[in-house]
Design a protein around this ligand. Structure first.
Ligand code: FPP
Length: 232
């Protein structure tokens, strides 16, 4: 069976740029092009959920010039893509800590979410200024608030309760996590939600990741036997 929810760590824009004698800016632009293409293709394949790791909490530590160009790229990409995404029935949602984002980016995010809120096609989540540990801390704070407001008792706290307060909320956990660019690590992405996710690491750098690479990753997933800790 094909995966219902695919999550992707899009890695390798910088190395792609270096290997083509181009600037990192150019590499990120090609990365945005690749994201656009993979979003379309995922929708065509009838996959219901796609979650893309666009900017991690750790990425704030990159040189200011690169952070600025990435933020500008996110604004530009939203501007250029949102109508088309909406026409293609894609619902767009952003997750992450918005406190460090510019007002103009937050406004565009709010508009994009509002415009696409009733769409029933691909459910696209963009993780921006997101960290898995931040997500867990944030949910913990929300739980404490609820306890303080007498909306929740200690005994009510279970997996479903915590899941509902994590950034992915009621969305199903990813079935397949893809990381491009050759590294084999999770880099603080969706820590809570990937407990039983199948992990797929490939060498392709993100700007090179194409339809056939996604087909291969999905084929890898369909061949897995998921036992969720049981032995049958
Ligand atoms: C990873 O490459 C990419 C990023 C941290 C930047 C974010 C992703 C994009 C610009 C793709 C577009 C996405 C959207 C939603 C518009 P890297 O810089 O870590 O590459 P390196 O490891 O080779 O240096």
């Amino acid at each position: 069976m094909k995966p219902n929810h695919i999550a992707i760590i899009m890695d390798g824009n910088g190395r792609w740029a270096t290997s083509h004698n181009k600037s990192r800016k150019f590499g990120h632009k090609r990365g945005a092009k690749s994201a656009r293409d993979i979003v379309r293709y995922t929708g065509m394949l009838g996959i219901k959920y796609l979650t893309l790791y666009a900017f991690s909490t750790e990425n704030w530590g990159r040189p200011l010039k690169e952070v600025d160009l990435l933020m500008t790229l996110f604004v530009e990409t939203l501007d250029s893509e949102i109508e088309d995404l909406n026409d293609n029935n894609v619902r767009v949602i952003f997750i992450g800590d918005r406190s460090g984002l510019t007002k103009s980016l937050i406004d565009k995010i709010d508009k994009a979410e509002l415009l696409t809120k009733d769409n029933q096609g691909l459910n696209l989540t963009v993780a921006l200024a997101y960290g898995g540990r931040w997500d867990i801390i944030n949910a913990t704070r929300l739980i404490l608030d609820k306890i303080q407001n007498n909306e929740l008792n200690h005994s009510d706290i279970d997996e479903d309760q915590l899941s509902s307060l994590m950034q992915l909320g009621s969305k199903p956990d990813p079935d397949l996590l893809i990381r491009t660019g050759g590294e084999k690590r999770i880099s603080n992405f969706l820590l809570w939600n990937i407990a039983y996710t199948e992990l797929y690491f490939c060498e392709s750098l993100w700007p090179d990741f194409n339809h056939s690479d996604l087909d291969i990753a999905i084929e890898f997933y369909t061949e897995r036997k998921r036992r969720y800790g049981k032995n049958v």
